[in-house]
Design a protein around this ligand. Structure first.
Ligand code: ADP
Ligand code: ZN
Length: 295
């Protein structure tokens, strides 16, 4: 039996099980590391006990993911001060004494969708979440892309026509990066009400689709994904998918001659199949990988 932790800025989703069919899940509010991790460990101990083989953590970041670095397993430069430089993987390993898998929340969600969801059988795809922030996980050649740190797919720069959209952007680091212009909080700040309250005919949505399609064009051109899975709160708006697909085709302008993109666009840009469970199921995959590393 595996333990899974999806760590978010407002809540942790914690589970034990082996897959979607037998997952037992609880939610724990994100307070201080001591309190939150204490509750997580108590749940995992109580439900799995000695049967617990490994734990996977899919966490908000930025994270230390380089196994050769002293910051491996840590949350690094988060604005949440209590969690800054917290040795997350170390704390859980110490408490439970089992192997720990550790990756970003979006890499976790990508792994979950690859195993049980909308990206099954695909060696190359992108999972992007559009919520409080924008973040992505890329799988290339069957492996999750890590690199020097880990990709920050929400912080790419996109053209910002300040005549069409005078809003300056919400990213504290870059202002008008993709996250700054297209995250849920940016929509709320620009239009004066939460994205969920904006009706489908509101001009907010064509602008949102425009920015997201600009982001996707960059991923298509640099990573050559076979599919892009779009999740997160803002993507709860089903009409946004059609707008993004149309805008993406327009921006690509026929340059990439792949029928998977041009003719089967509805299967190229898709919602997650696992919904809000993608992250915690991905954490379960991370646990399994951590255990297999030892065998
Ligand atoms: P988080 O990114 O914090 O994990 P979510 O993915 O749920 O959480 O994203 C939260 C953001 O998504 C908020 O900015 C919220 O306004 C927006 N959001 C949530 N539900 C909807 C909806 N149904 N339609 C549009 N936007 C939504
Ligand atoms: Zn940014």
């Amino acid at each position: 039996m595996f333990g899974a932790i999806e760590a978010g800025g407002t809540k942790f989703v914690c589970a034990v099980g082996t897959g979607p069919g037998d997952l037992e899940t609880i939610q724990i509010p994100t307070t201080s590391p001591g309190e939150t991790i204490g509750a997580v460990v108590a749940f995992l101990r109580g439900r799995a006990g000695a049967e617990l083989q490994a734990v996977g953590i899919a966490s908000f970041g930025p994270l230390g993911l380089d196994p050769g670095s002293p910051s491996f397993g840590h949350i690094t430069s988060t604005p949440k001060l209590e969690w800054r430089n917290f040795d997350f993987a170390g704390a859980v390993r110490q408490a439970l004494g089992v192997p720990i898998g550790f990756d970003t929340d979006v890499n976790g969600a990508a792994l979950g969708e690859a195993r049980w969801g909308a990206a099954q059988g695909l060696t190359d795809f992108v999972y992007l979440t559009v919520g409080t922030g924008i973040g992505g996980g890329a799988v290339c050649g069957g492996r999750v892309v890590h690199g020097l740190v880990h990709p920050e797919m929400g912080h790419i720069r996109v053209p910002h026509d300040t005549v069409r959209d005078p809003y300056t952007g919400v990213c504290p680091y870059h202002r008008d990066c993709l996250e700054g212009l297209a995250s849920g909080p940016s929509m709320e700040a620009r239009w004066g009400r939460p994205a969920s309250d904006l009706p489908p005919e509101h001009p907010a949505w064509t602008l949102e689709a425009h920015y997201l399609a600009l982001g996707l064009v960059n991923y298509v051109c640099t990573l050559s994904p076979r599919r892009i899975v779009l999740g997160g709160g803002v993507m709860q708006q089903p009409h946004l998918f059609g707008l993004i697909r149309a805008e993406l085709l327009e921006l690509l302008n026929g340059y990439i001659q792949a029928s998977e993109i041009i003719e089967r666009t509805r299967e190229f840009i898709v919602p997650p199949l696992l919904g809000s469970r993608a992250g915690v199921l991905g954490a379960l995959v991370l646990a399994e990988q951590a255990m297999l590393c030892l065998i």
